[in-house]
Design a binder for this molecule. Structure first.
Ligand code: ADP
Ligand code: MG
Length: 213
Protein backbone atom coordinates (compact mmCIF):
# COMPACT_ATOMS: atom_id res chain seq x y z
CA UNK A 1 0.00 0.00 0.00
CA UNK A 2 1.33 3.44 -0.98
CA UNK A 3 0.53 6.17 1.53
CA UNK A 4 3.24 8.64 0.64
CA UNK A 5 4.58 9.98 -2.65
CA UNK A 6 8.14 11.29 -2.95
CA UNK A 7 9.39 13.59 -5.70
CA UNK A 8 9.93 10.76 -8.18
CA UNK A 9 6.44 9.37 -7.57
CA UNK A 10 4.83 12.80 -7.96
CA UNK A 11 6.80 13.41 -11.16
CA UNK A 12 5.65 10.02 -12.52
CA UNK A 13 2.05 10.81 -11.55
CA UNK A 14 2.16 14.20 -13.30
CA UNK A 15 3.81 12.71 -16.39
CA UNK A 16 0.97 10.20 -16.61
CA UNK A 17 -1.58 13.02 -16.16
CA UNK A 18 -0.28 15.06 -19.08
CA UNK A 19 0.27 11.97 -21.23
CA UNK A 20 -3.42 11.11 -20.79
CA UNK A 21 -4.32 14.60 -22.00
CA UNK A 22 -1.99 14.27 -25.00
CA UNK A 23 -3.54 10.87 -25.86
CA UNK A 24 -7.05 12.35 -25.70
CA UNK A 25 -6.36 15.41 -27.86
CA UNK A 26 -9.03 14.48 -30.46
CA UNK A 27 -11.80 14.23 -27.83
CA UNK A 28 -10.76 17.60 -26.36
CA UNK A 29 -10.77 19.17 -29.83
CA UNK A 30 -14.29 17.86 -30.49
CA UNK A 31 -15.49 19.17 -27.13
CA UNK A 32 -14.12 22.67 -27.78
CA UNK A 33 -15.52 22.62 -31.34
CA UNK A 34 -18.95 22.13 -29.78
CA UNK A 35 -18.74 24.86 -27.10
CA UNK A 36 -15.78 27.10 -27.98
CA UNK A 37 -13.27 27.74 -30.75
CA UNK A 38 -11.81 24.25 -31.15
CA UNK A 39 -8.29 24.93 -29.88
CA UNK A 40 -8.42 23.24 -26.47
CA UNK A 41 -7.04 19.86 -27.60
CA UNK A 42 -4.17 21.39 -29.56
CA UNK A 43 -3.28 23.75 -26.72
CA UNK A 44 -3.41 21.14 -23.98
CA UNK A 45 -1.39 18.66 -26.06
CA UNK A 46 1.25 21.33 -26.71
CA UNK A 47 1.39 22.25 -23.02
CA UNK A 48 1.42 18.58 -22.08
CA UNK A 49 4.44 17.89 -24.29
CA UNK A 50 6.21 20.92 -22.79
CA UNK A 51 5.41 19.51 -19.34
CA UNK A 52 6.90 16.11 -20.23
CA UNK A 53 10.07 17.87 -21.42
CA UNK A 54 10.20 19.90 -18.20
CA UNK A 55 9.87 16.74 -16.09
CA UNK A 56 12.63 15.10 -18.16
CA UNK A 57 14.85 18.09 -17.44
CA UNK A 58 14.09 17.93 -13.74
CA UNK A 59 14.94 14.21 -13.69
CA UNK A 60 15.98 12.68 -10.39
CA UNK A 61 16.18 16.11 -8.74
CA UNK A 62 12.37 16.37 -8.68
CA UNK A 63 10.64 17.19 -5.41
CA UNK A 64 6.83 17.27 -5.17
CA UNK A 65 6.99 21.07 -5.18
CA UNK A 66 9.38 21.43 -8.10
CA UNK A 67 7.54 18.82 -10.20
CA UNK A 68 4.19 20.61 -9.83
CA UNK A 69 5.75 24.01 -10.49
CA UNK A 70 7.66 22.79 -13.56
CA UNK A 71 4.46 21.33 -15.02
CA UNK A 72 2.54 24.52 -14.24
CA UNK A 73 5.14 26.74 -15.91
CA UNK A 74 5.28 24.50 -18.98
CA UNK A 75 1.50 24.51 -19.36
CA UNK A 76 1.27 28.26 -18.79
CA UNK A 77 3.77 28.92 -21.58
CA UNK A 78 3.00 25.95 -23.86
CA UNK A 79 -0.78 25.81 -23.83
CA UNK A 80 -1.60 29.51 -24.06
CA UNK A 81 -5.15 30.89 -24.06
CA UNK A 82 -7.53 30.67 -21.14
CA UNK A 83 -6.56 27.06 -20.46
CA UNK A 84 -2.85 27.92 -20.22
CA UNK A 85 -3.57 30.48 -17.51
CA UNK A 86 -6.09 28.27 -15.71
CA UNK A 87 -4.17 24.97 -15.73
CA UNK A 88 -0.82 26.71 -15.31
CA UNK A 89 -2.11 28.52 -12.25
CA UNK A 90 -3.58 25.30 -10.85
CA UNK A 91 -0.32 23.31 -11.02
CA UNK A 92 1.90 26.19 -9.91
CA UNK A 93 -0.29 27.09 -6.94
CA UNK A 94 -0.56 23.43 -5.98
CA UNK A 95 3.24 23.20 -5.97
CA UNK A 96 3.55 26.38 -3.94
CA UNK A 97 1.36 24.80 -1.23
CA UNK A 98 3.76 21.86 -0.76
CA UNK A 99 6.86 22.16 1.39
CA UNK A 100 7.78 18.59 2.36
CA UNK A 101 9.82 16.03 0.40
CA UNK A 102 6.78 13.77 0.18
CA UNK A 103 3.00 14.11 0.21
CA UNK A 104 0.31 11.98 1.81
CA UNK A 105 -3.46 12.05 1.19
CA UNK A 106 -4.00 15.01 3.48
CA UNK A 107 -1.17 17.22 2.26
CA UNK A 108 -1.93 16.49 -1.40
CA UNK A 109 -5.64 17.29 -0.87
CA UNK A 110 -4.63 20.52 0.88
CA UNK A 111 -2.28 21.50 -1.97
CA UNK A 112 -4.79 20.67 -4.73
CA UNK A 113 -7.40 22.72 -2.87
CA UNK A 114 -5.01 25.68 -2.74
CA UNK A 115 -4.43 25.22 -6.48
CA UNK A 116 -8.15 25.20 -7.26
CA UNK A 117 -8.73 28.26 -5.08
CA UNK A 118 -5.96 30.10 -6.92
CA UNK A 119 -7.74 29.34 -10.19
CA UNK A 120 -10.94 30.81 -8.72
CA UNK A 121 -9.09 33.89 -7.48
CA UNK A 122 -7.51 34.47 -10.87
CA UNK A 123 -10.36 33.56 -13.22
CA UNK A 124 -13.36 34.53 -11.06
CA UNK A 125 -15.32 31.37 -11.95
CA UNK A 126 -17.19 29.42 -9.26
CA UNK A 127 -18.33 25.82 -9.15
CA UNK A 128 -21.42 25.48 -11.36
CA UNK A 129 -20.14 27.90 -14.01
CA UNK A 130 -19.35 25.04 -16.45
CA UNK A 131 -15.56 25.14 -16.21
CA UNK A 132 -12.70 22.82 -15.28
CA UNK A 133 -13.52 23.62 -11.62
CA UNK A 134 -16.61 21.42 -11.89
CA UNK A 135 -14.42 18.35 -12.41
CA UNK A 136 -11.62 19.54 -10.14
CA UNK A 137 -13.56 20.16 -6.92
CA UNK A 138 -15.29 16.74 -6.89
CA UNK A 139 -11.89 15.06 -7.33
CA UNK A 140 -10.41 17.10 -4.48
CA UNK A 141 -13.42 16.42 -2.24
CA UNK A 142 -12.94 12.70 -2.79
CA UNK A 143 -9.32 13.07 -1.62
CA UNK A 144 -10.47 14.92 1.48
CA UNK A 145 -12.36 11.83 2.66
CA UNK A 146 -10.01 10.25 5.16
CA UNK A 147 -11.24 6.66 5.30
CA UNK A 148 -8.22 5.35 3.39
CA UNK A 149 -4.63 6.53 2.95
CA UNK A 150 -3.91 4.21 0.03
CA UNK A 151 -3.07 6.22 -3.08
CA UNK A 152 -4.12 3.36 -5.38
CA UNK A 153 -7.67 3.60 -4.00
CA UNK A 154 -7.60 7.40 -3.72
CA UNK A 155 -6.47 7.74 -7.33
CA UNK A 156 -9.30 5.59 -8.69
CA UNK A 157 -11.82 7.44 -6.56
CA UNK A 158 -10.61 10.87 -7.59
CA UNK A 159 -10.66 9.85 -11.26
CA UNK A 160 -14.24 8.59 -10.97
CA UNK A 161 -15.28 11.82 -9.21
CA UNK A 162 -13.60 13.99 -11.87
CA UNK A 163 -15.27 11.99 -14.65
CA UNK A 164 -18.70 12.39 -13.05
CA UNK A 165 -18.05 16.10 -12.53
CA UNK A 166 -17.01 16.53 -16.17
CA UNK A 167 -20.11 14.68 -17.38
CA UNK A 168 -22.30 16.87 -15.18
CA UNK A 169 -21.02 20.00 -16.95
CA UNK A 170 -23.09 18.92 -19.97
CA UNK A 171 -26.20 19.98 -18.01
CA UNK A 172 -24.75 23.43 -17.16
CA UNK A 173 -24.95 26.79 -18.87
CA UNK A 174 -21.57 28.54 -19.07
CA UNK A 175 -21.15 31.95 -17.49
CA UNK A 176 -17.37 32.23 -18.09
CA UNK A 177 -15.06 31.89 -21.06
CA UNK A 178 -16.02 31.44 -24.70
CA UNK A 179 -18.85 28.96 -24.03
CA UNK A 180 -20.74 31.88 -22.43
CA UNK A 181 -21.63 33.11 -25.94
CA UNK A 182 -23.52 29.89 -26.59
CA UNK A 183 -25.90 30.24 -23.64
CA UNK A 184 -28.47 27.45 -23.56
CA UNK A 185 -26.99 25.92 -26.72
CA UNK A 186 -24.04 24.62 -24.68
CA UNK A 187 -26.41 22.30 -22.84
CA UNK A 188 -25.72 18.73 -23.88
CA UNK A 189 -22.00 19.39 -24.35
CA UNK A 190 -19.43 18.80 -21.60
CA UNK A 191 -16.93 21.56 -20.85
CA UNK A 192 -13.58 20.89 -22.58
CA UNK A 193 -11.48 22.00 -19.60
CA UNK A 194 -13.49 19.74 -17.29
CA UNK A 195 -12.79 16.83 -19.65
CA UNK A 196 -9.08 17.67 -19.46
CA UNK A 197 -9.25 17.46 -15.68
CA UNK A 198 -10.99 14.10 -15.96
CA UNK A 199 -8.29 12.75 -18.30
CA UNK A 200 -5.58 14.10 -15.98
CA UNK A 201 -6.99 12.33 -12.93
CA UNK A 202 -7.43 9.14 -14.97
CA UNK A 203 -3.76 9.39 -15.89
CA UNK A 204 -2.77 10.02 -12.28
CA UNK A 205 -4.86 7.05 -11.12
CA UNK A 206 -3.09 4.80 -13.63
CA UNK A 207 0.31 5.88 -12.34
CA UNK A 208 -0.76 5.39 -8.73
CA UNK A 209 -2.14 1.91 -9.45
CA UNK A 210 0.74 0.93 -11.72
CA UNK A 211 3.27 -1.85 -11.29
CA UNK A 212 5.72 -1.41 -8.45
CA UNK A 213 3.34 0.70 -6.40
P1 ADP B 1 -9.86 29.50 -24.91
O1 ADP B 1 -11.15 29.69 -24.19
O2 ADP B 1 -8.91 30.64 -24.77
O3 ADP B 1 -10.06 29.03 -26.33
P2 ADP B 1 -9.28 26.76 -24.20
O4 ADP B 1 -10.27 26.37 -25.25
O5 ADP B 1 -7.96 26.11 -24.31
O6 ADP B 1 -9.10 28.31 -24.10
O7 ADP B 1 -9.84 26.38 -22.75
C1 ADP B 1 -11.18 26.57 -22.42
C2 ADP B 1 -11.41 25.97 -21.04
O8 ADP B 1 -10.79 26.78 -20.04
C3 ADP B 1 -12.87 25.93 -20.67
O9 ADP B 1 -13.44 24.72 -21.11
C4 ADP B 1 -12.86 26.05 -19.14
O10 ADP B 1 -12.85 24.77 -18.50
C5 ADP B 1 -11.56 26.73 -18.85
N1 ADP B 1 -11.80 28.11 -18.40
C6 ADP B 1 -12.00 29.20 -19.17
N2 ADP B 1 -12.16 30.30 -18.39
C7 ADP B 1 -12.06 29.87 -17.10
C8 ADP B 1 -12.14 30.51 -15.81
N3 ADP B 1 -12.33 31.82 -15.69
N4 ADP B 1 -11.98 29.74 -14.71
C9 ADP B 1 -11.78 28.40 -14.81
N5 ADP B 1 -11.69 27.75 -15.99
C10 ADP B 1 -11.85 28.47 -17.11
MG1 MG C 1 -10.83 27.20 -26.95
Amino acid sequence: MTQSLDGAAVAAMLRSAVEAVIANEPALTRADQATGDGDHGIGMARGGKAAVAALDKLGAAATPKSAFIAVGRAILAGTGGAAGAVFGTFFQATGNAIAADSVDRESLAFAFDAGAKAVMARGKAKPGDKTMLDALFPAIESLQQGDTADFAVLGQRAAAAAKQGAEATATMVATMGRAKMLGQRAIGHADPGALSVSFMFEGMANALAGPGR
